[in-house]
Design a protein around this ligand. Structure first.
Ligand code: C5P
Length: 472
């Protein structure tokens, strides 16, 4: 049988082959094989497909890859932990939801389950090596990183998360994670002491800041005898449900197809590694708006400062610390149709936060110099390119509410301001109820819509309904 060296083809043909292969989710070599096979079948179908046609490997492969291109695609990175066996069940749970799965295994994962089993369950070969002779020609890890709609890491070991947090790329799994621009869902699994370790906590916080989504870990018994605690990988069905929510946001509802960005919570501005400046915002109003917007079918990204609230269902949550982190993530999330800035962003930060804990000295008190933080709402409102169609700010005031909110609307350049009284007597900060006035700018006229006292969920529903009326 003649062999073919793909490298000898001219550049234009190679480029078009690469494109074809990426679209079909195949390596270039497989794509060439497919083209040759199809050509042979067209010439002599009887010879090319001998025997019972439905059972030939050629036909099975073609049928599978053809339908696979139409399904949402997940790349499942299986890390090396005892929970790797559950990743095999996850493949099935994803497939029964009509999701195409391609598996990648770390070297450690192969100590627990085999690539053969994962490949058989996924109906596609399982990838394991960064320098793979079979797909060496087509920059395999870049293709694997991009030719997917979602990457799931399950089980995500402490070691794998540490590598991700540091941006290491010394094997196929980490190279894919570094090269991807697709959403990443991580299902950690480890011993409770490893999960509680400060280093793991730092890595998880860093990954969350980088926009990685998490599911679990759950609490329960460990594989190790007599050990229990938080660290069990989420059940395959839970991971599959979370993946489906990320892959298929509801397509019905008044804001279906719209992208909404929401900021929420306070920001923490470091003084030194252990101290920070913060405020009393609970994040409840912003989280309620995110939940309500997701229910109307919008694709919602919630960028939140440190709060003690669970992720709302169907919302992509990115957790940040400081105002500058928040601005960076907001800019990364653009373009969006609607942006709602409900965060209580710190106006100032410490000019030169200490890298070490500031010590109490006999010599007197440390002097903290403050500098102004970027105004995220004003920055986005004044964008020349990528400005959302509707930009909404909040004005938390303790006096002259409407007057201050009106001047804020003009100064910041947004379209609406939701003004609320946050004087201690109102109980709004940290509380469950809110009394708001919505100021809307129409050309140069400002209309004020004053709503009665409501729960924060009711305010969220009313605001989202008003947005839907305006945008529709
Ligand atoms: O100026 P003030 O903080 O009162 O403005 C409140 C509005 O501006 C809110 O919508 C808040 O989220 C937004 N803001 C911001 N970035 C800042 C300060 C406020 O996005 N640095």
């Amino acid at each position: 049988m003649a062999s073919l060296t793909v490298r000898k083809l001219d550049e234009a043909l190679k480029a078009s082959l690469r494109l074809r292969a990426a679209r079909a989710g195949r390596s270039v070599e497989d794509e060439v094989r497919m083209i040759l096979r199809e050509a042979a079948e067209t010439e002599a179908p009887a010879k090319a497909l001998p025997g019972p046609a439905r059972n030939t490997p050629a036909q099975l492969h073609r049928t599978r890859t053809h339908s696979a291109t139409e399904l949402p695609r997940v790349t499942l990175i299986i890390g090396g932990g005892i929970a790797a066996y559950k990743a095999l069940d996850l493949i099935r749970r994803l497939k029964e939801r009509g999701i195409h799965v391609r598996c990648v295994m770390t070297r450690a994962a192969q100590q627990f389950v085999t690539p053969l089993t994962a490949g058989a369950l996924a109906d596609e070969r399982c990838y394991t090596d960064l320098f793979d002779a079979q797909s060496e020609f087509d920059a395999g890890h870049i293709r694997l990183a991009r030719d997917t709609d979602l990457i799931i890491v399950a089980p995500a070991t402490a070691d794998l998360m540490a590598k991700m947090a540091q941006g290491q790329a010394d094997d196929l799994a980490t190279a894919i994670l570094l090269a991807t621009n697709r959403p990443v869902l991580v299902a950690p699994a480890m011993n409770p002491l490893m999960w509680a370790n400060a280093a793991t906590k730092r890595n998880v916080a860093q990954l969350a800041r980088d926009g990685v989504s998490f599911i679990g870990p759950n609490s329960g018994e460990m594989a190790e005898a007599n050990e229990a605690g938080v660290g069990r990988m989420s059940e395959p069905t839970e991971i599959a449900v979370a993946a489906e929510a990320m892959l298929r946001p509801p397509q019905t509802g008044p804001l279906a197809g719209k992208k909404i960005l929401i900021t929420a919570g306070p920001t923490h501005e470091p003084i030194d590694p252990v101290r920070y400046i913060a405020n009393r915002s609970s994040g409840k109003q912003g989280f309620a708006i995110a939940a309500s917007a997701a229910e109307t079918g919008a694709e919602v990204t919630l960028i939140s400062g440190p709060v003690d609230l669970d992720d709302p269902a169907g919302v992509r949550v990115i957790r940040v610390e400081s105002a500058r982190d928040m601005l960076a993530q907001v800019e990364r999330a653009l373009p969006v149709d609607i942006a709602i800035f409900a965060a209580a962003v710190a106006d100032w930060r410490v000019a030169n936060a200490g890298a070490q804990k500031i010590k109490k000295t006999a010599g007197g008190m440390p002097q903290l110099a403050l500098v102004e933080n970027p105004d995220i709402l004003a920055t986005i409102s004044k964008l020349k390119q990528n400005r959302p169609q509707l930009v909404i700010g909040f004005a938390a005031e303790t006096q002259n509410l409407i007057e201050n909110a009106t001047s804020k609307l003009k100064r910041k350049g947004c379209d609406w301001i939701v003004a609320n009284d946050v004087s201690p007597a109102s109980g709004v900060m940290g509380g469950d109820r809110n009394t708001v006035h919505v100021l809307t700018l129409d050309k140069s006229d400002i209309a004020v819509d004053s709503w009665p006292v409501m729960t924060k969920e009711e305010v969220a529903d009313a605001l989202v309904a008003k947005i839907a009326e305006t945008i529709a």
